[in-house]
Design a binder for this molecule. Sequence first.
Ligand SMILES: [Cu+2]
Length: 638
Amino acid sequence: MTPPRRQPLGRALATAVVVCGLIAINAPTIVSAAKDAIHNYKINSEGYKQTRGHWSMLNVPQDMHVNAIHAALLRTGKVLIIAGSGNDKKQFEAGKFKTLLWDPDTDNFKLIHTPSDMFCAGHVFLPDGKLLIAGGTRRYEKLAADITYAAGVMTIKNESPNGGPVTIAKGTVLRAPGGAEFRTTKAVVVKPAAKTLAGVVTASSTDVWVEAVHKGKASAVNHPAQYAIEGSSRPRNDLYGYATALTRAKQDYWGDDKSYLFDPATERYERVDNMTLARWYPTLVGLKDGRVLAVSGLDDYGRMIQGGNEIFDPQTKTWKAHPQLKRTFPTYPALFLMPSGNLFYTGSNAGYGSDTVGRAPGIWNLTDNTFEKVPGLRDPRQTETSGSVLLPPAQDQRYMIAGGGGIGESKLTTNRTDVIDLHAAHPHFTPGPDLEQPVRYPNMVITPDDKVVVTGGSTGYRGKGNSDVLLCHLYDPKTNRLTKMADPSVGRDYHSEALLLPDGRVITMGSNPLFANAKDTIPGKFEQRIEIYSPPYLFQGDRPSISGGPVHVQRGQTVWLGTSDAREIKSARLVRPSAVTHVTDVEQRSIKLQFIPNGDGIDVTIPNGAGLIPSGWYMLFVTDSNGAPSKAHWVEVK
Ligand SMILES: [Cu+2]
């Protein structure tokens, strides 16, 4: 990393003097230019950097600009930035999907062939370091104003166990009792009804999207109805269509069921098994045994998934529905793997869902599918678009939730942070420090010295009213305090991310404001600049270094690590790399390592427990008595 060049005080003052001489010409402009010069001098001074850190812009070549919707740090140290269609309907319609790979070591940028629209998918690292990506966008939303024909989901029901599967051709007309007609948009097959040995019959059903044959309001059906299938020779109550409503209301984004592995070695996507359900805005969370649970999302026709969760097995590379784990959460729920193998839900989520279902934080027991709520969260109705993090070190099992707002486009936003200790006899949230401003979409990043960078976000929904919060703080879990750091210069609201780099810096990218001005009249533009934060620990002089050590380690094992002056090493941490989107990063965690000096290095012990330290690739950092971290040494933990 090259430190940004600092402006000498002489030049800053000279600028100030020159501009003062010109005050008579244009006083307000000149005064502000002088202020800028002094501010620039201040933020570039060594003393300032040593206490508040420093922000700098990443120089991204023009042809490599992408809409950063998802970001993950690969075991190669490169940052995978996935845009897919990037919330740009034109790109979606043109079938243009993007992924950018950036190498912080060489500053090399590379565009990656992106086979389908991973915009708003879920992702998580597998034990072998490949990134599993599942879901995404099958169709963009349609606003009511753009809808001419009433439409919706028709369920074709087969009540008869006799005969084989029935094919309903594309374009088949279904008629409501009142005469309204709808056409199927694709062919579907309906199985015969199931019949038990005792003779109990259960109807089978298949969903299909239908559109009204006739234009306008009159063709809509606003109530539940049974529809007759034109041309069917079967009795009316044997084979029929059923829909709750077929209207010209807004149609939400449709989810995709595709899934891929991104291989850090080949730098390519590899298609794997489809999910059992299509998902838009799902959370993928790694389990204790290395499998992955996919939760929530909007389905193939934009409906909230009602509790249908499924598991990916990395051995067979297949997805399987797990009806015994039926539980409903809003989209992108923040679910963290606990040492027990259960999942802790902090209450954070982003996007869609019922106002009442699945909003309360608690512990989800995956053995018996029970859910134990935890009390004490303040502003419990403002968990949407909040940030959540497993505070370092992970052994302490303390979690923080920060900011967030009311559901949808609610004007409510909170500056609350609350912390919960799951080791307590009766875990409950207790107040953390207030954020300087109420904020949605705060980016929260664990650093190797057991702190959390809290930066960006906006007070309004998607930055409405020019409400991006240009602030950065460091949270210290030991003192429960926030300390103000240097200000970022780029706002980060909806569709923004931040993650820890192997060299100790923090990269921030993305932001998708609805509007470009305070009056909310000019459409916003996706923010493509990337800004990088160097915390104060990078300005404390010499950093410790790791000269070598094993690349593959096992839980419970003690291994030797070559370091700079071993007596100066004060802590060692294994930090799991981030995979983040929509303020949701259930991957990042920092695990404390016990160690003793041994010759030109230290003997470090990898803790036990796959729930604490799930198999996979980690960054091993050592930190000295000044709090300065080394660069990371990558290890694979099994
Ligand atoms: Cu999104």
